[in-house]
Design a protein around this ligand. Sequence first.
Ligand code: ATP
Ligand code: MG
Length: 392
Amino acid sequence: MNQNEIFLLKLGEVVLKGLNRRSFEDKLLANVRRRIRHCGSFQVTLRQSTIYVEPAQDDCDMEAAYTACRQVFGVAAVARAVPCEKTVEAIVATAKAYLGEALAAARSFKVESKRADKTFFMNSIQLSQAVGGDLAELFPNVTVDVHKPDLTVFVEIREKYAYVHAPAVSGAGGLPVGMGGHAVSLLSGGIDSPVSSWMMARRGVELEMVHFVSPPYTSQQAQDKVLELARLLTAYCGRMLVHIVPFTEIQEEIRKNCPEEYFTLIMRRFMMRLAEAVAKKAGAKALITGESLGQVASQTMLALGVTEDVTTLPVLRPLIGMDKVEIIRIAREIGTFDTSILPYEDCCTVFTPRHPATRPNLEDVRAAESKLDVEGLVAKAMAGEQWVRVKY
Ligand code: ATP
Ligand code: MG
């Protein structure tokens, strides 16, 4: 593979204007730099809505950097560009070698050129015409069509080299992480919550995770699985803090003192309170869950109302209108599915009622809960909180 290859990253959401646009670009540049740092030394610069990622050393891991660039939110598309000498002959030869198959398969094509090096002896129109003319001779079955071509061959003249590339492949899209505020995501070991976390990160939200554990009912493996899920998400979201909050005593108290049909709902109210406490300390302004309307008894509309009754923070539920098959498709795409289906228990799956209330009445639930020392239980759980910093 050619060591002088570069990547061109196209920005997403180009409708952004003014200050937003500046902060979009600054965040994105910083995020790209951070996320490819482990692949070697790169020069990352922005020009005309394109980020140029150029290796600054011979030993850069280009494959890893390419994968990483495609996972950075805010990047709409990525093209790999092949370098060559800055002559028409070299550019044509490179296009032939690199895009020959695509050119042979297309019915029509055009060449689009850009010059960063304004001292180059042709302007971009002349260069496009020269390269296009030569390619048309080399591939007689393809006609030039500057309006609606099947294939566009891109040529860029930069300082040291000329670059040839085909249209870009899609990137992760969305907004750069950090632009959308800071939220605490409730991460279980299931399929849904890694997906909901990913979806909010894609809208630019910086995440901090909270995970509730109930030893001895839940195992160390179950906790490790959640940390692994968080680690998988760092490929998109960057490093993150996972708060591990003990939940055993709360669950035991609920089981001892509350009607069985409300076990899950009261437990979920405690999760919200604890997540809010974590958010307050972290300065986060919203909570995120993997809830989806109607998926289980605790996710009916009434149940969701009972759950969020205890928090004043917005509860973001990006999966609310999605089918499980859609959620699974995303989980596979982002690479969390195989870990999610490892068979370890979650605290939600211990003490599950046989007949959970699906049409709960808020006042009844509040009354049932009043048997508990809510504040004391929350304070005690928070006192047992632990943190793990998860890195890529
Ligand atoms: P998932 O696949 O995310 O586990 P689920 O369909 O199994 O979701 P529940 O178990 O009812 O649904 O949980 C709903 C949401 O509550 C989860 O998506 C997650 O955001 C949060 N949650 C559940 N268990 C935990 C836990 N142990 N720690 C942190 N958050 C949790
Ligand atoms: Mg779950």
